[in-house]
Design a protein around this ligand. Structure first.
Ligand code: AMP
Ligand code: ZN
Length: 121
């Protein structure tokens, strides 16, 4: 289920400190140590999956659940878009080194608190 030397597995086990934003049986979310925006949270499944590149069909509902947790966090942080679609946040999976993935334990970036550009760099 978890991997001994994985940095995010260690965070989930409490062996490396983190600033918790959300936790339940399936997901742990914490502040990114090197934020790219005023709000930058990582939503991480407790199950060790290296990334979307190795996602199995049996775990697809877990990925859907990570998006639901993003919705909860957006509301908790007060950045969820309102009826006129003001406000908002960006959700990002970096998949592989060329896409910027540096930690090979699946994680969804929740980024908010400033206006974002498109396309991303
Ligand atoms: P990625 O580059 O998509 O793999 O994202 C990995 C993210 O993990 C980066 O934004 C890092 O800043 C973040 N990160 C790495 N180590 C830690 C840590 N110990 N605590 C919090 N965030 C971390
Ligand atoms: Zn892991």
């Amino acid at each position: 289920m978890q991997v001994k030397d994985c940095v995010f597995c260690k965070i989930i086990r409490g062996e490396i400190p983190s600033e918790k934003e959300y936790e339940d049986d399936f997901v742990y979310a914490f502040k990114d140590i090197n934020p790219v925006a005023p709000i930058h949270i990582l939503i991480v499944p407790k199950k060790h999956i290296t990334g979307i590149q190795s996602l199995e069909k049996e775990d697809t509902s877990l990925v859907g659940y990570m998006f639901y947790v993003a919705r909860i966090i957006g509301e908790k942080k007060g950045v969820a878009p309102c009826k006129d679609m003001e406000g908002g946040y960006r959700l990002v999976f970096n998949v592989g080194r060329d896409a910027g993935q540096t930690v090979f334990h699946l994680h969804l970036h929740f980024i908010a608190g400033r206006s974002m550009k498109w396309p991303p760099g």
